[in-house]
Design a protein around this ligand. Structure first.
Ligand code: GLC
Length: 560
């Protein structure tokens, strides 16, 4: 047994040597700034709020934070409608406060990743306002995707395409021209055939890298480049199942990788090179191109997030993604929750087999039909998280999951902010239920989120999940996350993983140094494999009595 494991009975604070580069096996914590911590009581989270909560991130043991957009924005899409990519929204802070936050995080040994939104700007962006003012045929319009409408006076949209949030993907501007918005109408798409758009994003990347930012999360990285040549296909033609790879007019076109090769050159101007992770909702076999070292270097893998809590599915996802990551010379990423999906405690408490549409119907019922089993959801969520944290590669955690927060599924329609609600014709309530400001304390205004209210209402049951309550409880989800992250840090070595035989419904794999992770996905107990349990997602190790209970993960060191 290695020295590392020999005396390993409790997690120690000094980190093991992190393999270079830092991001390959990092634990990255996603902060959704408007809902993390509010320092001034205006109801919106802000940068000083994040700085003040760095001790929480330190005690959790994360390696990096990724900040969702904090740029000036009218919040038509939670900040993903960016007015100016090189500034901070006054409601969130100032550039000086950004620098202070980065310095505090860096002093604590935590890297900083910011969100870059390159598919679209907001309709308040200076270049978009210039485009509207300059009129049809002007060079200003060339930076966006404008097209003349059909019909004698351009009164019909150039095509019947629909936007991701619902409704038409084209918006008229009153002079016969329409602009393309893949998302909300307030998010006009850039024209990536335009050299000034390229240049402007290189400037933005350098702007943040020069301020000490360590990496970038690239929003809808599989969009950007579009083929707008005539005739435009119909929506039905675009949705055809037999469309060859790279042939869609606006998703996942091969040319987008030229953009990322240029970005890579900028990242490599820095020492250490800046990193990036692509948000690319593409078929698994197309992901490697985004993750390649000549491109962004890493890509989100949402396969676990889309799987039921099921042994065969989890194992298949891990095998496939480790193979793909190795083929493209990078490490895999793992995600169970983020700001766009129903929190995984709730997902796992709902019947298996529900897809996104079924979950939207569930949200519409106020989270009552079907009624989730949240105790089970929490148990499975902790087991799945311990499974994920045992994997090689980067783990992405979403703020509040360390508190075991379920989705706030009964938000009143009157308070909803997500454009999905309106654009879907009040069918899809959208993503606000995972964006409710965090409960830091059981008592006090907005449960310690800030000295004032919170921009989305917190339910009273948030008190039981508050960080200060969990901090004192060794069996809380917060304690479980801290313990798992400490052990992960201590055990972190090479990226190899070997599956071992296990009973049906159980997944067991071994990591370098000989430690193993075993997850029982079934509801009945199975015998514990040999070894010393150092981490359990359920009952503490000394209460297991030789058995691995259902829906539980343990990490074992080789027996002495
Ligand atoms: C990404 C973001 C999402 C946003 C969309 C449009 O998917 O994660 O929150 O609405 O891009 O920018």
């Amino acid at each position: 047994m290695s020295d590392l494991l020999d005396h390993a009975t409790t997690p120690s604070s000094p980190p093991a040597t992190t393999p270079d580069p830092w991001w390959r096996q990092a634990v990255v914590y996603q902060v959704y700034p408007r809902s993390f911590a509010d320092s001034n009581g205006d109801g919106t989270g802000d940068l000083p709020g994040i700085t003040a909560r760095v001790p929480h991130l330190v005690s959790l043991g994360v390696d990096a934070v990724w900040l969702s957009p904090f740029y000036p924005s009218a919040l038509a899409d939670g900040g993903y409608d960016v007015d100016d990519h090189r500034d901070v929204d006054p409601a969130i802070g100032t550039l000086e406060q950004f620098d202070e936050m980065v310095a505090t995080l860096h002093a604590a040994g935590i890297k900083v990743v910011v969100d870059i939104v390159p598919n679209h700007s907001s309709n308040r962006h200076r270049w978009f306002r210039d485009a509207l003012a300059a009129g049809p045929g002007s060079p200003e319009r060339e930076r966006y995707v404008f097209a003349r409408g059909r019909g004698e006076h351009g009164e019909l949209p150039p095509s019947d395409w629909t936007a991701v949030f619902g409704g038409p993907a084209w918006e008229p501007v009153g002079d016969g021209e329409w602009y393309l918005h893949t998302f909300a109408p307030e998010q006009p798409d850039w024209n990536w055939d335009h050299p000034e758009v390229h240049e402007d994003f290189l400037t933005t990347l350098r702007f943040w890298a020069d301020r000490g930012v360590d990496g970038f999360r690239v929003d809808v990285a599989h969009a950007l480049v579009k083929d707008m040549s005539s005739p435009l296909p119909t929506a039905a033609e675009l949705a055809a199942d037999d469309l060859p790879d790279g042939a869609h007019r606006f998703w996942d076109r091969d040319e987008v990788h030229e953009v990322y090769r240029a970005w890579r050159a900028v990242f490599d101007e820095y020492d250490p090179p800046r990193t990036a992770v692509a948000e690319a909702w593409v078929a698994t076999h197309r992901r490697a191109r985004y993750a390649s070292p000549e491109g962004l270097g890493q890509a989100f893998n949402f396969d676990l997030l889309r799987s039921d809590f099921d042994a065969a599915s989890f194992r298949r996802v891990v095998e496939e993604n480790l193979r793909l990551a190795a083929e493209s010379g990078t490490s895999s990423t793992w995600v169970l929750s983020n700001h766009d999906v129903v929190r995984h405690v709730s997902r796992y408490g709902l019947p298996d087999g529900m897809d996104e549409a079924a979950r939207a119907r569930w949200l519409l019922s106020g989270g009552t039909d079907p009624a989730p089993d949240l105790e089970r959801g929490a148990r499975r969520a902790r087991a799945a998280t311990a499974f994920l944290l045992a994997l090689p590669g980067s783990a992405y955690l979403y703020q509040g999951e360390e508190l075991g927060l379920p989705e706030v599924a009964d938000l009143d329609a009157a308070v909803l902010q997500d454009p999905t609600w309106l654009r879907s014709g009040h069918v899809d309530k959208g993503r606000d239920g995972c964006r409710v400001p965090l409960p830091w304390t059981a008592e006090g205004p907005s449960h310690g989120f800030g000295p004032g209210p919170s921009h989305l209402p917190q339910p009273s049951w948030f008190a039981a999940h508050a960080a200060d309550v969990q901090d004192r409880d060794p069996r809380s989800t917060l304690s479980a996350y801290r313990e798992a992250l400490a052990w992960r840090r201590r055990l972190r070595t090479g990226e190899e993983l070997v599956f071992e035989d296990a009973p049906e419904g159980v997944v067991r794999f071994r990591r370098p140094g000989g430690w193993t992770c075993v997850t029982n996905f079934t509801t009945r107990a199975v015998p514990l494999p040999p070894g010393r349990v150092v981490l359990s997602s359920g009952a503490p190790a000394d209460e297991l009595g030789g058995e691995l209970p259902g829906e539980t993960t343990v990490w074992l060191l080789p027996a002495d």
